[in-house]
Design a protein around this ligand. Structure first.
Ligand code: BT5
Length: 265
């Protein structure tokens, strides 16, 4: 029997739980039919003391948050929204790397979904691009219920089966549009697994994550215009990402900002 709307299949919750069972992330796991924002839900849980590794996901995120109060929009069932609560035993000064580590993990999951690795790049600090179009956005929010009790909510959204006319902005794309798998359940399993692996490497404090990021970051080597949080802009060539995860433009390290890729040098 056909339904009145063409909503893609729901997440296969038993398969999702089985696929995450061997990981330390994903326990506990909360799966909802719909919610406003998985990051908002998990931030509230973090305030109440939810444990490291808690994951929230939903079939339909109706008010997804982007950075700077922007929106991240996906029609019902067409994407994934995954938030993971971390209480990293790493000095706060290194937490600037979290969105970048999440970007590396998301890139791996997109490659596992069948997209050729040469097509998948990272735009500093938090976008994953396929053929230079945004397929995924990442939002890391710090939560501090009090004292030294800091946690991070790592939110990742990936466009899965959106058709051309469903893309919220012309510069976006989806796995379906680039020939990847549209199995959302598999994608979440691969994504959480990749996040766990990359976090372990980051925890170890090695330069491996930084080298891996620099190797696939599309922003490095480009002429860029960066809009800084105070509204001013900085033009120059992006030369590196430093040990704190900051983009180096010319000789100026930038901790946060919106980057426009102008052209390759
Ligand atoms: C982001 O912000 O891209 C972060 C998105 C994070 C979403 C995840 S989903 C799970 C978790 N729960 C949440 O509530 N959020 C996180 P930003 O870099 O500010 O980009 C936002 C901009 O991307 C918008 O202003 C649009 O231009 C564009 N955009 C909106 N929806 C998009 C989509 N589905 N695909 C590509 N671009 C999109």
């Amino acid at each position: 029997m056909s339904t009145s709307t063409d909503v893609p299949p729901l997440l296969d919750e038993p398969r999702l739980r089985a696929g995450l069972a061997s990981l330390s992330l994903g326990s506990p796991l909360v799966v909802t039919r719909r919610t406003a924002s998985t990051n908002a839900d998990l931030s509230r849980e973090a305030e109440r003391g939810a444990p490291h590794g808690t994951v929230h996901t939903t079939n339909h995120q109706t008010a997804g948050r982007g950075r700077l109060s922007r929106a991240f929009e996906q029609p019902d069932g067409s994407g994934i929204a995954v938030s993971t609560l971390l209480r990293p035993e790493v000095d706060l000064s290194r937490w600037g790397w979290l969105p970048l580590v999440a970007g590396l993990a998301t890139r791996e999951a997109i490659i596992l979904a069948g997209v050729d690795s040469n097509r998948v790049g990272l735009k500093w600090p938090n976008d994953v691009l396929v053929d230079e179009r945004k397929i995924s956005g990442i939002l890391v929010e710090a939560v501090n219920p009090g004292g030294d009790d800091w946690a991070a909510v790592v939110g990742i959204g990936v466009n899965v089966s959106l058709a051309d006319h469903e893309l919220p902005v012309a510069t976006a794309t989806s796995l379906g549009l680039v020939g990847g798998s549209t199995d959302r359940t598999r994608l979440i399993i691969d994504l959480v697994g990749a996040l766990e692996r990359n976090l372990l490497t980051w925890h170890a404090g090695s330069s491996v994550v930084r080298d891996a990021y620099r190797a696939v970051c599309d922003t490095i080597g480009r002429d860029v215009t960066v809009t800084l949080p105070d509204g001013s802009t900085l033009d120059g060539t992006a030369t590196d990402v430093d040990g704190e995860g900051q983009l180096v433009v010319g000789r100026t390290p930038v901790a946060a900002g919106d980057v426009i890729h102008v052209r390759r040098r």
